[in-house]
Design a protein around this ligand. Structure first.
Ligand code: NAD
Length: 466
């Protein structure tokens, strides 16, 4: 059971496939049998890819809101819409699996083919469960693989619904979804001898285990891991649009349960106080509550464990004599918001980039603000992290913004916006935020296909024409 919000339990099916049953799922027919079927996932109203996309209704958004606690208007519905876009995008890419020819002379034909790996083992987290699941299903299939995916135990319902839709249009054995815990289900999947490629989205700690499992069998692995992303605000961006951008970048309306949350705010000294004042005022206007309420901006934290973790970090901030609470604080103990896992957007000011709240991924609505005077020092602090997923730069001086973007060690830097990924982005992490890219044509080719070279000698004696 998950208890996403307001104390109403959502039933969740936990099935553990072990031994023969598990083997049976993984030993689906070889992927190459399905290349033709996958190729049918081209866009066009009569094509299966489009039909899968078209079958995703707004019921899906309701399921996402109920199981994750994410607000329907600001999060769950946009997620369902993005899922449709992802199916459409990859549905149109099957004919892009092109190879190259290598110029080795007139008497040699040397060319490459993009071939699928076979069975992809995929594991996903709970924070945007349907989008992150489809982001693996669609490119894996488009490039001719089959997939066995493990859903997150806290949010398997939305992605189960996608599997149900796929079942109507895609041959049996191509898309397989299993539910269960990481130890009982994720681990055996990552260690299974017949999995030819691992694609994992989740925490850096578990990502390391997945990489170890992959190294045992020398199979490729893509890792989309955690982050502690910096936002650097220059003095000329002390305006409302930048404040709105910081709220978006910090993913406050997803309770900041996002890998790309801009959770370290480096504000120039000149604007530090006035910017934070504007930010606190705007945050105060956001409505927190029942995720299914259309007026609500911010829903609930996913579960008790995560809620306590966030509370813990806030306690730590309150106890730190060097930290100053700007807004928010501990979750309410009275009133309607005390009935669910509701956390309030919280900002701490601190001088140091080295305390726990500025270093660790909180995965909750706790933002740390740090002053800077010297641009070089600001970029140095931004890079002083073992993570390198995303970053945000706020300035009207584009040359300055671009130079900062180039100096920041992160896989995705946005200047003057704090938006989410769209299909076509080669999105992924630097450093311990991950390896590989999946969200684009290049990502699909790199992550879900392997190149085979075929070289033919054309200088052989001709056989008689009979
Ligand atoms: P998690 O690592 O705890 O779990 C992710 C998945 O791994 C779950 O399905 C879980 O059951 C499974 N798992 C756990 N232990 C396992 C094991 N030993 N072997 C195999 N599988 C195992 O992460 P989470 O708490 O579900 O999600 C939050 C994390 O995911 C954050 O760190 C966040 O930054 C990251 N994340 C990254 C991205 C990205 O694109 N980079 C996107 C979303 C979330």
């Amino acid at each position: 059971k998950t208890k996403a919000f307001m104390g109403k339990p959502v039933p969740v099916v936990i099935t553990v496939y072990k031994d023969k049953k598990f083997d049976f799922i993984i030993k689906s027919p070889p992927a190459s049998h399905f290349i033709r079927e996958a190729a049918k996932l081209k866009s066009g109203s009569s094509e299966p890819g489009r039909v899968v996309a078209g079958s995703i209704t707004m019921k899906q958004a309701e399921t996402i809101a109920k199981e994750t606690g994410n607000a329907i208007r600001t999060q769950a519905r946009p997620e369902a819409n993005l899922v449709v876009e992802i199916f459409r995008y990859f549905g149109g890419l099957a004919s892009e699996l092109k190879g190259e020819t290598i110029p080795l002379g007139d008497k040699v034909l040397s060319y490459t083919r993009r071939e699928p790996y076979g069975v992809v083992g995929a594991i996903i987290p709970w924070n945007a469960p349907v989008m992150l699941g489809v982001l693996k299903i669609a490119p894996a299939l488009c490039s001719g693989n089959t997939i066995v995916m493990k859903a997150a135990e806290d949010a398997p319902l939305g992605i189960l619904r996608i599997a149900e839709i796929c079942q109507k249009f895609i041959p049996n054995g191509v898309v397989n979804l299993i539910t269960g815990t990481g130890m009982e289900c994720g681990m055996p999947l990552s260690e299974h001898a017949d999995i030819r490629k691992l694609s994992f989205t989740g925490s850096t700690a578990v990502g390391k285990m997945i990489m170890r499992a992959a190294s045992e069998r020398i199979i490729p692995v893509s890792l989309e891991l955690g982050g502690k992303s910096p936002s650097i605000v220059y003095p000329d961006a002390n305006e409302d649009w930048a404040v709105d951008g910081i709220i978006a970048a910090m993913r406050f309306t997803r309770q900041s349960q996002s890998c790309t949350a801009g959770s370290r705010l480096f504000l120039h000294n000149k604007i530090f106080d006035s910017f934070l004042e504007k930010l606190a005022l705007k945050l105060d206007q956001l409505k927190i509550g029942d995720p299914l309420d259309e007026d609500v901006d911010i829903g609930a934290i996913i579960n008790q464990k995560q809620f306590s973790k966030v509370e813990n970090y806030i306690h730590d901030g309150l106890d730190n004599p060097d930290a100053n609470l700007i807004c928010g604080g501990l979750p309410p103990k009275k009133g309607p918001l005390s009935e669910g896992y509701f956390a309030i957007p919280t900002i701490f000011e601190n001088k140091s980039n080295h305390w726990r709240l500025a270093k660790e991924e909180i995965f909750g609505p706790v933002l740390v603000a740090i002053r800077w005077d010297d641009e070089v020092e600001a970029i140095k602090m931004a890079n002083d992290s073992h993570y390198g997923l995303a970053a945000y730069v706020w300035t009207k001086d584009l040359a300055r913004g671009l130079n900062a973007a180039h100096a920041i060690e992160a896989g995705w830097v946005q200047i003057n916006q704090g938006l989410g990924q769209v299909p076509g982005h080669s999105y992924g992490g630097y450093k311990q935020s991950g390896i590989g890219r999946e969200f684009s044509l290049e990502g699909m080719l790199d992550s879900f296909t392997q190149r085979k070279n075929v070289t033919v000698n054309l200088d052989t004696p001709p056989s008689p024409l009979i």
